[in-house]
Design a protein around this ligand. Structure first.
Ligand code: SAM
Length: 195
């Protein structure tokens, strides 16, 4: 990675609404990612789409979706390629199948990090698994490696505690760094509780 990440910028990054589609297999991705949300947490879902996450939330979670388009009465409409995300602080930010469309992923992660008090749950199709020609066909706006994503979270006060694959998507579970978490991490303990 160079000091300034080398994104591949396209002119198509705002055109999601022109080719919108929702894949049934994203259900599994949502379900697996949702397991890292704890009861009673507040959750903001960036690029919420059909809001599949709602049915996998544990008890007493609050939920707010942000998207290019109004998906329900509460959806906050925001195009993150044209404007800043609204300043909504939440325990968890959830971003599934969306980071690929960010013209400036570094800025999006930075904004999400500053709004997240506990956990960022993020899927991304890394460059190692999806080469540039495929990314171009899919109109993705950037090309990051797994290491790039880890560095982005680290730079913004988060540490990736867990990474796994769901249908070729890489899932990153990033926790806000606290002294006790750093201590536990040093000894190889993964902590998912709120401290
Ligand atoms: C691939 S879908 C994923 C939907 C959902 N997160 C899921 O996993 O089922 C991408 C979503 O991101 C939204 N999106 C794409 N570009 C966006 C942008 N620039 N600003 C806000 N939302 C965007 C789309 O409207 C769409 O709902």
């Amino acid at each position: 990675m160079t000091s300034k990440m080398e994104y591949k910028l396209t002119n198509n990054s705002d055109s999601w609404d022109k080719f919108e589609y929702f894949e049934p297999h994203w259900e599994e991705r949502t379900e697996r990612m949702a397991k890292y949300i704890l009861p009673n947490q507040s959750v903001v879902d960036v690029g919420c789409g059909e809001m599949k996450l709602l049915k996998y939330l544990p008890d007493n979670c609050s939920y707010l979706g942000i998207d290019l388009q109004k998906r329900n009465e509460e959806t906050v409409v925001c195009n993150f390629n044209k404007e800043a995300l609204p300043k909504i602080v939440s325990d968890v930010y959830f971003i599934a199948g969306v980071l690929e469309y960010a013209i400036d992923p570094e800025s999006l992660i930075k904004q999400i990090s500053s709004n997240t008090s506990d956990t960022i749950i993020c899927s991304y199709c890394i460059l190692e698994d999806f080469p540039q020609n495929v990314r171009d066909d899919l109109k993705w706006a950037n090309s990051l490696t797994q290491k790039d994503i880890n560095i982005l979270f680290n730079k913004n006060g988060f540490q990736v505690h867990n990474t796994f694959k769901v249908i070729r998507n890489t899932i990153f579970i990033a926790k806000r760094q606290t002294y006790i978490r750093k201590f536990l991490h040093f000894f190889g303990v993964r902590a998912y509780t709120k401290f």
